[in-house]
Design a protein around this ligand. Structure first.
Ligand SMILES: [Zn+2]
Length: 314
């Protein structure tokens, strides 16, 4: 009897340890879908809902590249808490520390998790660095208002290594060869894409999104369309977008077609002297209605396109 009690006791204490550790692992932030691209590269596909109280702002895709002595992490999430969550998930993949962070653009959902990582080099486009310096706190405000959380530990952390617009730079980090590509402003003026040529992998940030609506809020539609042409013509094995599932170059070419059609449709309406809300009624939006967050984003996207058409026709 005594022995059984003892066994029961140790079983119970084991269970309680397991409960504590799983509670620590499973923070209140939802789990991403972890896609093993190959032995060295993992895509952490975040939820595709807009930031809210139950996802605690977690909505971004991150990419984990395991190098010789450390990890290169691309995009870090919307809050310090999400950054720590991503760090914990990386620890289940490798015991190597994160030594480099790459931010694909300045938007808070991709950069505000930077604060969870210490002793890292943070890499981005030049304009991304400036934008984080200028708008970092504004993005914390957006994170707090959309999630209803107070975020005292979330601070903007600025990149220290930057690359100029229009450049392709080849660089080796932790034994892995990368190509950094800073296109003319597309999803934002601050975009930088990451290629891993050996495996024909492109990590695109929000220049590409799958399943959900792309956001034109800070975008430039015409140059974005040109960037999509370049991507669509590349030979790529895997494309990791900023949100949603992995994509193919065929899907990139489809997105480009939809964006051209939208731009041209807005331009036709503009030339007839219509307002953007009148133009909306003339557009065939059937391809866009299939995407998540159509209702929340389509109006802004048409308005942004209208302003760009107006500027181009001035
Ligand atoms: Zn994003």
């Amino acid at each position: 009897m005594k022995k059984i009690t003892k066994h029961l006791f140790s079983l119970l204490s084991l269970l309680s340890i397991m409960t504590i550790s799983s509670a620590e692992m499973n923070s209140m932030v939802p789990m991403p879908k972890v896609v093993k691209v190959n032995d060295y590269i993992y895509a952490l596909l975040g939820p595709t809902e807009l930031p809210n109280n139950s996802n605690r702002g977690y909505m971004v895709n991150s990419t984990v590249v395991v190098g010789d002595k450390g990890v290169i992490l691309i995009d870090t999430g919307f809050t310090d808490e999400i950054g720590h969550h991503i760090k914990n998930i990386i620890a289940t993949i490798t015991n190597k520390p994160v030594t480099h962070i790459i931010n694909t653009h300045n938007h808070g959902d991709h950069t505000l998790g930077n604060s969870a990582f210490e002793n890292v080099k943070i890499i981005s486009s030049e304009k991304c660095k400036t934008a984080i310096e200028t708008n970092g706190y504004e993005w914390i405000g957006i994170a707090e208002s959309t999630t209803g959380l107070k975020l005292p530990n979330t601070k903007p952390v600025v990149p220290t290594v930057t690359y100029a617009e229009g450049k392709h730079t080849n660089i080796t980090l932790q034994g892995v060869k990368f190509e950094f590509w800073v296109p003319a402003g597309s999803h934002t003026p601050t975009d930088m894409m990451v290629l891993i040529p050996k495996y024909e992998i492109l990590i695109a940030g929000d220049i590409l999104v799958d399943t959900i609506m792309p956001s034109f809020r800070d975008g430039h539609v015409k140059t974005w369309i040109s960037t999509l042409k370049e991507i669509g013509d590349m030979k790529l094995a895997k494309i990791i977008p900023g949100h949603g599932n992995l994509m193919t170059t065929a899907e990139v070419r489809e997105l480009r077609k939809d964006m051209i059609k939208l731009y041209d449709g807005v331009e036709v309406g503009y030339k007839k002297g219509l307002t953007d809300s009148e133009i909306r009624k003339t557009l065939d939006l059937s391809e866009w209605t299939k995407r998540k967050h159509f209702d929340e984003l389509m109006g802004t996207n048409i308005n942004r396109t209208y302003l760009e058409v107006e500027e181009a026709n001035f």
